[in-house]
Ligand binder design. Structure first.
Ligand SMILES: *[C@@H]1O[C@H](CO)[C@@H](O)[C@H](O)[C@H]1NC(C)=O
Ligand SMILES: *[C@@H]1O[C@H](CO)[C@@H](O)[C@H](O)[C@H]1NC(C)=O
Ligand SMILES: *[C@@H]1O[C@H](CO)[C@@H](O)[C@H](O)[C@H]1NC(C)=O
Ligand SMILES: *[C@@H]1O[C@H](CO)[C@@H](O)[C@H](O)[C@H]1NC(C)=O
Ligand SMILES: *[C@@H]1O[C@H](CO)[C@@H](O)[C@H](O)[C@H]1NC(C)=O
Ligand SMILES: *[C@@H]1O[C@H](CO)[C@@H](O)[C@H](O)[C@H]1NC(C)=O
Ligand SMILES: *[C@@H]1O[C@H](CO)[C@@H](O)[C@H](O)[C@H]1NC(C)=O
Ligand SMILES: *[C@@H]1O[C@H](CO)[C@@H](O)[C@H](O)[C@H]1NC(C)=O
Ligand SMILES: *[C@@H]1O[C@H](CO)[C@@H](O)[C@H](O)[C@H]1NC(C)=O
Ligand SMILES: [Zn+2]
Length: 522
């Protein structure tokens, strides 16, 4: 996320102090030496074959909470630079998170082969922005993430020019836009393409207006040298400008100002694979190790990071039949960077070894959350995605828990895997969406309020966890690992058409999803 939020030193201290008063665990910080004996196997296990009931029984909420406390302290490593805790890529808090994951896994002997995957990522910050059209300051104006600044980080003045046909092709820019500000309708192609096309035509800035009544806050995605400073505005606020320009008005002056940076940095995924189990048939699962800049991300996705780490630890008690591979992705919040990089780097042979990918992004139910299953179906997604959905349904039913479906729309790390032809699915808990009356009746909580009021905020701290539900979802994750580590019976074989999908077919010029991570891309 691009908006850098700061807090006063005082407010940050208050947050850090209140986290320490949590009555959830015994006084001390996370103690790396586990209190109950954990048999660390070196891949020649003690003979106990993986069993879902046993692995689920090994999930202890106190161990999850102890790890959440450790992660909170790690997020505080960013205080000197950000004035508040964060684990955004490039921060000390994120470097500390990667170190923590790596060192915890290293304690597990050679049960796992642990590797780092370092890759280039983009990181953007918008420090200040302003848009004026005519005499109005549009309230809905919001700079796109990963937008470059206006020239010299100074305001630019120009006439607003309406771009015909949505600005997806060079021929929409027959007018010389030099010294002007392009007004472009949302739709058909990505915001990044529109911005680059306007930039090529010489525009100083671009305004993309919405084609529905929602707010328009998106990202330009992968940087291009042609991108220009770009805002999103609502359809309602743009309507009078569009009408005036369509009517031949030439006098609509505008001022655009964005002070921002877009930097390329190196960041790291951590991958751990069991040394035992059939290496040709792996169950893979992942969560993202980073947070947004605005806060410590203890739920999003500290919780998923921790659930995976704890399951990886408990799994060492057992013998697996199939290989289990864990991934902790960096740069999810900047547009699913780590998981996409990982999936794209797989050779055709390596790709085939991954039978499925399970995405665990923010698994605990936040206080007003819901149990959601990605609506991963077989027709639209690689075969196996549907079977995985059924595994989650069956588990919630068995526990007597209600669940709903959430659209599989590109908002988390499964995208790169789907694009690579790998069956995928996962669970979620609601994020920034608004709870409906029906959901309140089956899950409790408050209708009309955000599921997670702390989504991508400073308050996504250790208090933003519902422990009962976190434990439940972690047991479900354990169940998914144990099931496939034991057997892929009845689970569809990978199809060899992957190359086809990933090398030609699915590399469409228009993106498959409206989202890439938490932000709209088109
Ligand atoms: C793994 O542990 C077993 C039992 O402790 C030991 O006999 C064996 O030599 C170890 N194998 C390796 C590769 O370290
Ligand atoms: C992997 O990254 C961790 C955490 O940053 C680091 O401690 C470790 O040395 C790295 N390992 C390798 C093999 O590069
Ligand atoms: C560990 O994994 C890496 C990356 O997949 C691989 O190159 C390496 O050969 C593996 N090492 C062992 C001992 O299996
Ligand atoms: C566009 O207009 C600018 C300024 O009026 C001028 O310098 C430039 O040459 C024009 N470009 C084209 C391609 O006509
Ligand atoms: C948007 O809102 C306006 C009035 O507020 C309404 O007339 C219109 O139908 C809405 N459009 C959509 C797509 O919801
Ligand atoms: C369009 O132009 C006509 C004629 O100049 C004018 O009467 C009308 O008010 C204009 N409409 C808008 C929306 O500017
Ligand atoms: C293997 O380890 C598990 C988990 O710690 C334990 O319950 C079981 O008794 C052990 N089995 C043997 C044969 O040592
Ligand atoms: C799930 O997806 C399928 C196929 O894309 C669709 O037909 C179905 O209506 C969706 N179900 C829900 C509950 O969203
Ligand atoms: C599930 O939803 C029903 C209403 O459809 C409700 O009566 C029940 O209490 C809910 N179960 C749980 C465990 O929340
Ligand atoms: Zn997330």
């Amino acid at each position: 996320m691009a908006i850098l939020r700061t807090c006063t030193a005082l407010a940050c201290v208050a947050v850090a102090a209140s986290a320490r008063q949590l009555p959830l665990v015994a006084d001390d910080s996370y103690n790396p030496a586990p209190s109950s004996p954990i048999v660390v196997s070196n891949g020649t296990s003690n003979g106990t074959v993986i069993d879902t009931k046993k692995l689920q029984a090994d999930i202890d909420i106190n161990k999850l909470v102890a790890r959440a406390e450790a992660l909170s302290k790690i997020a505080d490593l960013s205080l000197s630079e950000y004035n508040h805790p964060t684990r955004v890529i490039g921060s000390q808090g994120h470097l500390g998170t990667v170190d923590y994951i790596y060192s915890e896994l290293s304690k597990l002997g050679d049960y796992y082969n642990v590797t780092n995957q370092t890759f280039p990522a983009v990181s953007g910050n918008v420090f200040e922005s302003r848009l004026v059209v005519g005499y109005e300051v549009p309230k809905s104006a919001s700079p796109m993430s990963l937008t470059p600044p206006t020239k010299q980080h100074e305001p630019v003045y120009g006439k607003l020019l309406l771009v015909p046909n949505g600005g997806c092709s060079a021929s929409d820019f027959s007018r010389n836009m030099t010294g002007h500000i392009a007004l472009i309708k949302r739709g058909t192609c990505s915001f990044g393409d529109k911005s680059a096309n306007a930039g090529k035509a010489g525009a100083d800035a671009a305004i993309i207006y919405n084609n529905d009544n929602s707010t328009l806050s998106g990202t330009l995605g992968s940087p291009s040298p042609y991108h220009i400073a770009t805002f999103g505005v609502s359809a309602a606020e743009a309507a009078p400008w569009v009408a005036a320009l369509q009517n031949g008005t030439t006098g609509l002056d505008a001022i655009a100002y964005i002070d921002s940076t877009v930097d390329e940095i190196m960041t790291t995924n951590v991958i751990a694979q069991t040394t035992a189990g059939d290496p040709e048939n792996c169950v893979m699962l992942g969560g993202h190790s980073d947070s947004v800049a605005a806060g410590p991300g203890i739920n999003d996705d500290g919780s998923g990071t921790i659930s995976l780490l704890e399951i990886a630890t408990q799994l060492t008690k057992y013998e697996v039949n199939n290989c289990v591979r864990f991934g902790w992705w960096a740069g999810e919040e900047e547009g699913l960077l780590g998981s996409t990089y990982y999936a794209e780097q797989l050779s055709a042979a390596e790709n085939q070894k991954i039978r499925l990918f399970m995405d665990y992004d923010a698994s605990p139910l936040i206080p007003n959350g819901v149990f959601q299953i990605y609506n991963s179906t077989n027709g639209q997604n690689p075969a196996g995605s549907g079977e995985l959905r059924v595994l989650y349904e069956d588990w919630y039913k068995e526990q007597g828990l209600n669940y709903t479906y959430i659209v599989f729309d590109g908002r988390s790390d499964y995208v790169g895997f789907l694009d690579a032809g790998i069956p995928s699915g996962g669970i979620a808990t609601g994020a920034e969406g608004i709870k409906t009356k029906e959901e309140a009746s089956i899950f409790g909580g408050e209708a009309g309020s955000q599921y997670d009021p702390c989504y991508h905020e400073l308050c996504d701290d250790i208090h933003n966890l519902d422990l009962t539900e976190w434990e439940a979802n972690t047991k479900l994750i354990a169940h998914s690992v144990a099931t496939y580590a034991k057997s892929f019976d009845g689970f569809p074989k990978r199809v060899a058409a992957v190359e086809e999908r990933s090398l030609s077919g699915s590399k469409k010029s228009t993106p498959q999803f409206k989202y890439r991570g938490n932000e709209l891309i088109m």
